[in-house]
Design a binder for this molecule. Structure first.
Ligand SMILES: *Cc1c(COP(=O)(O)O)cnc(C)c1O
Length: 415
């Protein structure tokens, strides 16, 4: 368990992002936390050590990262894991056979797969509900319910859960509220401040931000809950390696700068997409047309760079995915580079087709992770990728490749 230094909780977000959890290295004063590549620590005598015995339990690089993320989430204790899924799997080990979990119906495909294909076999039971409506959460609670799990905004439909309302429902019944904060990042949303008990991340995404590692992190405030998680962290052992922790620690130093640019680019691109396909086909929480825009403004301080767009058919999705040049066709999100994907066939392929259809994850749904490139280039890329899209009247014009379209010209003027 890694508790934040008390002084780290006072500074502003950017200052915490850069400094929290880190102190000059004692041997030479190195400003950057070293990568402690070690499995064990030499002990001075029997029963005498510096607080470090074996590196599954504690590693100074991992601790610095854990303290850093805990400070960014306004929490007290952080736990870094080998992946987002490893993190969630360990959180679920707080529960036992017979316990019931109320889970948002639209969650990351891997979250659903973990619950449905693995944890169900160990006697945990799950009810999936549309957590946009707090009443549905309340209605799904049973005497056996030990936790509510929400992902907000959700992947890929950008649905929101009212965190404060969900926390009230959980706490009235003695259950925990667990929030996957991967999409918003602590820069835009701090679930612990709104009453959540555990916040977790796939640090693979925005927290690391550079698409060069896989990791997860959980943060809590409560000391007893932290002690239970620490036991699981060490006993089950899905811990982050020191180099991955170091990469992610370097990543969080620019989280505030990156998130501002993801947000600015996301807003511009969402506006452009609305002009192309209509507001009803663009899922972006920063659009006033989003049905939960008011809630977004209440519980988040920005909207970020995640957008989904309904293109109607798989052919149209394939057309756009096949033509992009700056956006890369790939799973994942939250890196500095822009990515584009088709959730039905990629990130959510593990969700059964009938379930996908019921949720609205259609074959024509395309998800964009807007990176931090120059927005004019991103808009121009989408402009050329949308040219000639089948069945929309956007026919390819032979001169289109050379001639600036009005949209592209407008896009460039934003740079
Ligand atoms: C990617 C992702 C996960 C899983 O994290 P990994 O690091 O890939 O294991 C969980 N939740 C959300 C919202 C994600 O985007």
């Amino acid at each position: 368990m890694t508790r934040v230094f008390d002084e780290d909780l006072d500074a502003g977000f950017g200052t915490r992002a850069i400094h929290a959890g880190q102190r000059p290295e004692p041997l030479a004063g190195a400003i950057m936390t070293p990568v402690y590549l070690t499995s064990t620590y030499v002990q001075e005598g029997l029963g005498q050590n510096k607080g470090y015995e074996y590196a599954r339990g504690k590693n100074p690089t991992r601790e610095a990262f854990e303290r850093n993320v805990a400070a960014l989430e306004n929490g007290r204790h952080g736990f870094a894991f080998s992946s987002g899924m490893g993190c969630l799997d360990s959180i679920m080990k707080l529960f036992r056979s017979g316990d019931h979990i109320v889970c948002a119906e639209n969650v990351y495909g891997g979250t659903f797969r973990l619950f449905d294909k693995l944890l169900q076999n160990y006697g945990l039971t799950f009810t999936y509900v549309d957590t946009r409506d707090p009443q549905r959460i309340a209605d799904a609670m049973t005497p056996a319910t030990k936790a509510i799990l929400a992902e907000t905004p959700s992947n890929p439909l950008m649905r929101l859960t009212d965190i404060a309302a969900a926390a009230d429902i959980a706490h009235q019944r003695g259950a925990l509220l667990v929030v996957d904060n991967t999409f918003a990042s602590p820069y835009f949303q701090q679930p612990l401040e709104l009453g959540a008990d555990i916040v977790f991340h796939s640090t693979t995404k925005y927290l690391n931000g550079h698409s060069d590692m896989i990791g997860g992190c959980a943060v809590v405030r409560d000391d007893d809950l932290a002690a239970r998680l620490q036991f699981i962290h060490n006993a089950a052992g899905a811990v982050a390696g020191p180099f991955d922790a170091w990469l992610a620690l370097r990543g969080t130093k620019t989280l505030h700068l990156r998130m501002r640019q993801h947000d600015a680019n996301g807003r511009e691109i969402a506006k452009w997409l609305v002009e192309q396909v209509g507001a009803e086909n663009v899922y972006y929480i920063g659009l006033p047309s989003h049905p939960q825009y008011d809630l977004a403004c209440r519980q988040m301080s920005g909207f970020g760079g995640m957008i989904s767009v309904e293109l109607g058919t798989k052919e149209r999705a394939a057309h756009v995915l096949g033509k992009v040049r700056v956006f890369a066709l790939a799973e994942s999100l939250g890196g500095v580079e822009s990515l584009i994907s088709q959730p039905a066939g990629m990130t959510h392929a593990s969700v059964p087709p009938d379930r996908r259809a019921a949720l609205g994850i259609s074959d024509g749904l395309v998800r964009l992770s807007c990176g931090v490139e120059d927005v004019g280039d991103l808009l121009a890329d989408l402009e050329q990728a949308f040219e000639g899209i089948p069945g929309t009247g956007r026919t390819a014009r032979p001169e289109a490749r050379n001639e600036a379209t009005p949209q592209a010209a407008r896009a460039r003027s934003h740079v």
